[in-house]
Design a protein around this ligand. Sequence first.
Ligand code: ADP
Ligand code: GLC
Length: 479
Amino acid sequence: MKVLSVASEIAPLVKTGGLADVVSALPLAIGNHGVEMRTLVPGYPVILDALGKGKQVLTEGNLFGGPVQVLYGTVGDQQLYVLDAAHLFYRGGGPYAAPDGYDWWDNPERFAALSWMGARLANEGQIHGWKPDVVQAHDWQAGLTPVYMQRLGASHSVGSVMTIHNIAFTGSAGAEMIHALRLPLEGYNEGGFEFYGRISMLKAGIAYSDRVNTVSPTYAQELRTPALGMGFDGILRYKGAHFSGILNGIDGDAWNPETDENIISYKVLRGKAKARAALVAEMGLAEDAPGPLCVGVSRLTDQKGMDLLLGALPRLLERGGQFVLLGSGSPAFEADFRAAAARAPDRVAVHIGYDEALAHRIIAGGDAILIPSRFEPCGLTQLYGLRYGTVPVVARTGGLADTVIASTFATQRAKAATGIVHVPGSLDALKGAIDDLCDLWAQPRLYQQMQRNGMKFPVGWDSSAADYAALFREAARTL
Ligand code: ADP
Ligand code: GLC
């Protein structure tokens, strides 16, 4: 079976979050399950550089204001289709925002173009020699693909799956853009891509695709509720059994404490102590703190509960703990965390920015990783934490609830506990979780057992890749 994945990011070339990790990991993991995946991505300069020459497979004279072509080639172990569109993607800044931090004004056109060429690849696959059975559209950036597939006629023979990584990003465009975005007027209604009087590219993907999934079973349930569905709960309930949750895995080669080149690698906890000592030294923290060394690697946003973390930090310090953070995001959070580090430089270290190697050193060196998200579709850093013996302290929401086994008397006795789980969105609950962590830390035998339990917990792609293969088979028209 052949699957074309359409996505706006792919690790390690272009990444703002876990989406990029999943987009690059799934094609490799699913190969063992009889699925060949290729990925269509925007031709950002860094991707075109990595691709080199590529083979031209599609052209269009004027797509939203300029000529475009789709090039095919391999980059590393990925088979990529790259949308080369100078007027849309030859720009500085990030994938979605200009250097000043504001979203590009023409994001609807930029990602409609990606979706349009995804639909054309599906429709004209026979001509260029690779016809997918199913197209997988990731998040709003690829959301119009199933609409265009229907418009071009591809949906007669090619199935579609919409994968939601984060419902908070709706892909909004003014209703007056219906024609400019090549959308069918009859789709502008409650059961189509209309969303509070505007176009939602995410809703388009949900409405028009054969199957919808998100990245954990618990988030799939939460999205069906008004409290967490952010306005999409109705259409997702309507999808019934055609909407499901499949847990993300992590790249077990990139995140393997035994072979990780970014750290003093280790197999057992005795070795981890060296990675910890190295981190304490690198960050200039006091060596003799009596409490646990907590870490975080995160976008600094409300979703991630960064305000709660700031509020609970004094409690961690009172209990003798330390804190290391790597992240970037809202300028206010960046300033607040910097100020916290300035107040207690021997106990708090904050690095604002994006740094893959440092992320490995921090996650390897920590005793615990704090993830107090308000909602979390899946989350990957708790999985890295489990693999590295870094105990996750997480809110009971979405994928965090699905991947961390809460420490209780019973789970400790059964040698099953892997972390500390608290009520989401509550400062008191987070402070309580930090207290629990410090209490456990004071009992080294229990704590180490929990670390060992976590290191054994399966966090790879094996079972989820099989689930995706089954989902793609369900969505396919012809198999
Ligand atoms: P989200 O996609 O919501 O940001 P995830 O936990 O799914 O959350 O994925 C975040 C990914 O981005 C992880 O691979 C994490 O290690 C990485 N990451 C986040 N912030 C940084 C940073 N400042 N430096 C390096 N990696 C980061
Ligand atoms: C999103 C979510 C995160 C998830 C990632 C990959 O960015 O916020 O929870 O792990 O997508 O699916």
